[in-house]
Design a protein around this ligand. Sequence first.
Ligand SMILES: NC(=O)c1ccc[n+]([C@@H]2O[C@H](COP(=O)([O-])OP(=O)(O)OC[C@H]3O[C@@H](n4cnc5c(N)ncnc54)[C@H](O)[C@@H]3O)[C@@H](O)[C@H]2O)c1
Length: 454
Amino acid sequence: MKSVNGIDDSKGKLGVLIVGLDGAVATTFLAGTFAIRKGIAKPIGSMTQMGTIRIGKRAENNFPLIKDFVPLAELSQLEFGGWDIRNENAYEAAAYAKVVDTPDLEKVKQELQAIHPMPGVFEQRFVVRLHGDYVKKANTKYDLMEQLRDDIRRFKVEKKVDRLVMIWCGSTEIFLSVEDVHLSIESFEAGMKNNDEHISPSMLYAWAAISEGVPYINGAPNLTNDIPAIVELAEKNGVPISGKDFKTGQTLIKTVIAPMLKARMLGLSGWFSSNILGNRDGEVLDDPESFKTKEESKLSVLDSILQPELYPDLYHDYYHKVRINYYPPRGDNKEGWDNIDIFGWMNYPMQLKIDFLCRDSILAAPIVLDLVLLTDLAQRAHRSGIQEWLSFYFKSPIHSPESVPEHDLFIQSVKLKNTLRQMMGEAMITFVDQDGNRIPLEDAEGSNGAWREL
Ligand SMILES: NC(=O)c1ccc[n+]([C@@H]2O[C@H](COP(=O)([O-])OP(=O)(O)OC[C@H]3O[C@@H](n4cnc5c(N)ncnc54)[C@H](O)[C@@H]3O)[C@@H](O)[C@H]2O)c1
């Protein structure tokens, strides 16, 4: 294979395997991608398709499109497949999801109708509100995982794809903690053979993917590819992984507002986040155990950005609450409402109110596209294990035990672009510290949390 700067050529077909193929996010992603391919829609919200990247010094005025700068797969090279626990083609499922209006769906009906899910691996205990009638059967979890591997191999041959990426757009599973069975490749393999109760369906998909050399992206807050056994397998097999939980609506806003408060040394006494949504995701999250998984993901953000231990006068003991309410009339059109109580000079209180009338899957679809393309790039650039530079897209970025997650959207954006520059052998955008050392911009906020000057 021809390579640019050590990155393998993007030629050939890229298979995109979606878990939860019939869901709102997956079908919105598919409908939009087909519409873009036909030239009847623009890839709005996709950084890989619309974003630029500065190369060299500011004065050089060189801002190529990201997709022209790095060798990404073209949309025409994508071939789609995946699994669900309902047997509907992607057109029927998109019509049910009601995210994309009927006239827009009709324009890509043929393409959507051609996509059928393979039967999923499902255990109701992990998603209490769903019933799966289109599911695989086997005596052990190991055998189920092997069936998924067979599916991957068959898909590759039938669709004549050169390489693959798997992305979880399935439902949020119940809250799980890391147990002994998750700690090593050996314990996990034994656990699959013994039907260990701590092994979830999402872990079986991830295991199958990575065993087949296929990168795995986790779009839900599930405990999956952040367990040590799966990270170890990814590193051993040279496969990139990333996650978790797409950063789309309220958390996107939170990771912009919180850094602003901190940069200006404004205090926070409380942040109340409430959501109403009526899609199937909302119904699943109505179950307390699935909600807990989501809540943990949404709550972790503020402490990590505000660092209360460094700024006790500003962020000690603020009240942070996240509520998600299932409210059927809204469908996918979520309302995310934030009430933020802040304080300033001489402790005088102020309030911020943000009411985001968003569309969940419209925000998620371009993220799916970007993650698929960038993860394929990472694979061709021979990167393996956790891809922290993709934190930009996640509410709860998975990270190595030696590092801390980065939540600030703009630091994440710089980190992502610097990684692309580095991949292409271009100079990173850096600061120069007091000793004359060049520091990547994203590391310029040192571990002591103090902003260093240029
Ligand atoms: N839309 C957003 O803005 C957003 C943001 C962050 C995370 N997410 C997460 O993305 C996921 C998808 O969201 P959605 O709105 O499309 O939900 P959805 O309920 O419409 O779709 C989920 C799909 O997954 C399928 N599924 C469940 N378990 C499965 C299994 N074990 N195997 C195969 N298929 C399975 C369901 O049948 C359903 O079709 C959810 O976990 C959600 O929390 C969405």
